[in-house]
Write a protein that binds this ligand. Sequence first.
Ligand code: AMP
Length: 986
Amino acid sequence: MDFFGGIRRYLFSYVLLNGIFITIQTKEEVLLDMRASGDELGWLTWPLDQGEKTGWEVVQRTLNGSQFYTYSICNVEEREQDNWLRTTFIQRHPLASRVFVELKFIVRDCNSFDGASLICKETFNLYTSESDADVGTTFRKSQFKKVATIAPDEITGKNEMHINTETRVVDGLSRKGFYLAFQDIGACIALLSVRVFYKTCPGTVQNLATFPETVAGAENQPLTEVSGVCVDNAASEELPRIYCTEEGKWAVQVGQCQCKPGYEEVKDTCQECRPGSFKAEASSDACEPCPANTDTLEHGAVLCACKDGFFRAPTDPSTGPCSGPPSAPRDLSAVPQPSVGRLILSWTPPEDTGGRNDITYSVECQRCDGVVCHPCGERVRYEPASMKLTEARVSVSELEAHLNYTFIVEAHSGVSQLAGEAQRPPSRSNVTIFLHYTDPPQITTMRLVGRTSTSLALSWDVSPRPRPQLNIRYKLTYHKKDDNLDKTTYTVLTLDKNSAQIKDLAPGTAYLFRVQALGSDDNSEGSRMEEHFETLTEGNPSQNYTVLLVAAVLVAMMLIVVSAVLFFRRRKRNSHTRQGPEDTYFSTPEQLKPLKTYVDPHTYEDPNVAVLKFATEIHPSHITKQKVIGAGEFGEVYRGILKAPGRKEVAVAIKTLKPGYTEKQRQDFLSEASIMGQFSHQNIIRLEGVVTKFKHAMIVTEYMENGALDRYLRDHDGEISSFQLVGMLRGIAAGMKYLSDMSYVHRDLAARNILVNNNMECKVSDFGLSRVLEDDPEGTYTTSGGKIPIRWTAPEAIAYRKFTSASDVWSFGIVMWEVMAFGERPYWDMSNHEVMKAINEAFRLPAPMDCPSAVYQLMLQCWLQDRAKRPRFGDIVSLLDKLLRSPESLKTIADFDPRVSIRLPSTSGSDGSPFRSVSEWLESIKMSQYSENFTCAGIVTMEQVLQMKTEDIKNIGVRLPGHLKRIAYSILGLKDQTSTLSVFAV
Ligand code: AMP
């Protein structure tokens, strides 16, 4: 039996806390040990003079062969015992407010004494008394406080001995030291051992954090919070903390330390990763071996570098493996498919992918005529694409027959670019093929290009495109549609071009045409295409139109001849004059052929054919509508996304056709796409495509972030410089020049029909056939019939519907005015009737505020009564270009008359000013946003306003030059109220 422990004892146990096992050690710091003191105890007994009685005595005993000293007492036969035994002064640790007292003792059974059992006791009491100093032999019972009555678990009889162990806590100690005292009240006791100790949580390293030794139960707290520090090369986001319990156990660690990058945990320390391994992040993980194709020779590596010839793509994780470029595609073959006019290139993936799975291919085409090879150019089509192919196959079409083609297929991966040319293993393969389609080409489309009551003009497309030298011929067969080909006569023509004009036909009759290309020997025939077309009926109003059209074409042809003669004459004289008004069909004299001319979709019998000819059909699943951005004539306009297969996502505007439309409305709606689809110009809104084959028809155009120009200008009043405004006008003029070159007359050119994109680029829009009649809210019925946007329209167009490019030029002049006046309404609140009257009386809009004189002069030119004298769009573009090239020319500002240009109400207030309040005045000049500035500056009456100078306006916070001028001019105008307000210049 060992009931006398060493000076320090450790108690071990394991507790699961926060998912972390913490090894718990409790350490005991002994303050007093009776056993260790031998016979040097020197404890005080009381009462000092006991006479006959004996008090506590030191008794030497032997147990298991070893000798030790005990304090004993056994006054069981005498009444009223009160015998005290006091320890020496026990110094306390300043932090230990809680100490443990462990007693080992023997108590004799009272029954083992004859006749004494009645007064004999079997318990004794434990007392304590605190003191800041050793009081020596002074002993006062009253200074002691009872801690506990100590009773034995087992009492000792005559023949056997039972040693009891009891531990009591003495709490709340605060002074420098204390005494313990044992009070006997008449028992037979041997005190074998008294041990006084306090507990500590020993210094420890837990989860890579070091915590110092800590006294348990310090300052009367059951839990003591202790901060730790991470071991070398470890770090923690949070300060590591742990609690020391009053029992001297560590509990609940917060804030985990982890080994830094390049280090791993080895037995409570962080050790460097060994060469060939790495650790990228602070974590409790071990170092990992370097991934494939990487290595490091250093200790403590955070990353492993790529071995020579291997790379990481920018998107590859830096901790992942490195890879090499792919080898060349294998087994490249080119198989022509003449029947469908294409060639299939296919190959097998490279043998060595370099360890990657992002292999793509690109295809390059070279055409070789004899020994000279050239890139094939943009006409050749690749399906699905020529770059970034993920499949080992591509279809190539639009190739020409009887040529040598070389196709180079290259394998790419994420690291191809990094590998560079030098180290790259060959990653390209090529194949050369001579295309000699023995079969004749295929007809892909047949269309009607003109008709009268007795003739039809047709043309058709072929694939593959024959080379001009090949002299492909076509067989055109036709007969009346209602006739049966087998029974009646039919006509066969052999033609050497892909168009024909068929004459001497019956009016109002449908004919069935069949066209086939012939092989070079005229024996083989390509697949046929059949279409039927109808001649016009006699007396049909459009026939007259067609006659007129034919006449116009004849006139145009004569003009070509005349122009050619003139040109050659002039070239001889080496002089160059401007084109005449009718020259718009021709560009330079060198190219004496008509430019592409706009085709009115109405000339098509079936408008659905027209739309498909000029617009690409889009599958609705490729369109995502996002938000309504406007209301069109036929339905909502949405902003959305178009994602066509093989193409990048583009932002688009989607015009929809509202449900319940009639067929006529659907055709009118789609006619805008038929028109727009014929144009391709930077300043004309671009058509992306149409949805016609599904119930909800849509027109998809490029998206213009800043919306309609009039609105945009009003929102940015005074914020855009004259130079920028002229730049915008230049764009609109360039778009209009393109339209007029194509003989398209817009009829509704106005800022509301111009769209603005993110780059402040302006594009002409609104091409619907019925738009002027139905769509435009500015459209007004005129006495000559039809709806016309009066303020924007030239007088001859209003008077007798003479709409020409020259009338578009007049409208452009109005757009110029709208732009320079930041979206102001032309002719303000004058009625249409007043406007027409004023125009006829030769009045014109006055110069907007701050308008460069040259720009205003150009507007006035656009508004010349004689339309032949107005500039043409080509002239306008040149002039605006000239102004933009020398911005100095914009510095001279046109005269501005505030009385006319800033409209003032005709009603006069009683004080002579036409406004009752400052805010009413500001509202009338659209400057309400400054109301508060005026109020804060104490300017509350119109009299005060009239006293203001430009400097004062600036001082109250009006900073934008445009706004400053508008307010200043308005004040100027108010001061000069005597002039007539509704007359304007010129
Ligand atoms: P519209 O039917 O062409 O007059 O279009 C009605 C409104 O939709 C316009 O006034 C614009 O606000 C808006 N809108 C039409 N097309 C576009 C586009 N391509 N980009 C941005 N907004 C557009």
